[in-house]
Design a protein around this ligand. Structure first.
Ligand code: NAP
Length: 253
């Protein structure tokens, strides 16, 4: 076995939610592994661009609001213009809204489902259509959650969307594996990003969570980069439809 199979040299990766958190970590790792990286975000990705420029990696940003599926043709066209063929798609952007189930509004439900689930499916479809047509395959990595496995507390729309991500990942793998497209997911555990800021500020919830994580700490964006590079690389050629937990042992409890 050669470590070259983990290299992303010559590949282009498109990562959504590239300005911060896990998306920024994945962009940086992909650029370090040799990929040209396209970051999609609704605001500037300057911090990500600076991190990648520090080691002379390649990064281009596309500004798009992922709550609106009409952004998809723009993203596909802009990515093609910037870098030619996209080889790797990471559906990372996502939102969470904490609220008692009895009080969830339809507007909040739709907002979460649109970004976390609908946009993910249709971005997969947009790139897979090209990959099926040109017969050169591709890699899709969807960002799932512990709430793809568990019910969670006060985040029912998020749980619905992340449970759907695990199902969509399996469904698309079944259809597209024969086209050389690997569709997999990563389920991060509790990671220190904006997504968990409110949880981490709540001393009681934070203590409860930390005491249940076998690793005894919150994860970091860097913690998921090994799995992200693996699933984007030739090393995962025969891995299809799997959701890989990177959770400090949370699911093992
Ligand atoms: P984060 O820092 O909040 O990142 C979320 C990203 O999604 C940000 O770049 C955000 O952009 C982007 N985004 C949200 N709405 C958008 C929209 N309408 N258009 C474009 N971009 C949009 O949190 P994170 O933890 O890195 O989250 C990344 C992914 O991991 C999410 O899918 C999340 O559900 C998942 N996840 C996180 C954890 C965790 O513990 N942190 C655990 C499991 C799964 P803005 O900065 O502009 O809002």
């Amino acid at each position: 076995m050669s470590l070259k199979m983990f290299s992303l040299e010559g590949k282009t990766a498109l990562v959504t939610g590239a300005n911060t958190g896990l998306g920024q970590g994945i962009c940086t790792a992909y650029a370090e592994a040799g990929a040209k990286v396209i970051g999609v975000a609704r605001r500037s990705c300057q911090e990500t661009a600076d991190k990648i420029a520090a080691f002379s990696g390649s990064f281009t940003e596309i500004i798009a609001d992922l709550s609106d599926s009409s952004a998809i043709p723009h993203i596909v066209e802009a990515a093609g213009k910037a870098c030619g063929r996209v080889d790797i798609l990471v559906n990372n952007a996502g939102i969470i809204k904490r609220c008692d189930a009895a009080d969830v509004t339809m507007a909040d439900w739709d907002a979460v489902i649109n970004i976390n689930e609908k946009m993910v499916f249709f971005l997969c479809q947009a790139f897979a259509r090209e990959w099926i047509a040109d017969k050169r395959g591709g890699k899709i990595i969807n960002i799932a959650s512990m709430l793809s496995y568990q019910g969670g507390v006060r985040v029912p729309a998020y749980t619905a969307s992340k449970s759907a991500i695990m199902g969509i990942t399996r469904a698309l793998a079944n259809e597209w594996a024969a086209h050389g497209i690997n569709v997999n997911a990563i389920a991060p555990g509790y990671m220190a990003t904006n997504n968990t800021e409110n949880l981490r500020k709540d001393d009681q919830r934070s203590d409860e969570i930390l005491s249940r994580i076998p690793a005894g700490r919150w994860g970091t964006p860097e913690d998921i980069t090994g799995a992200a590079v693996f699933l984007a690389s030739d090393a995962s050629a025969y891995v299809h439809g799997f959701t890989l937990a990177v959770d400090g042992g949370w699911l093992a409890r």
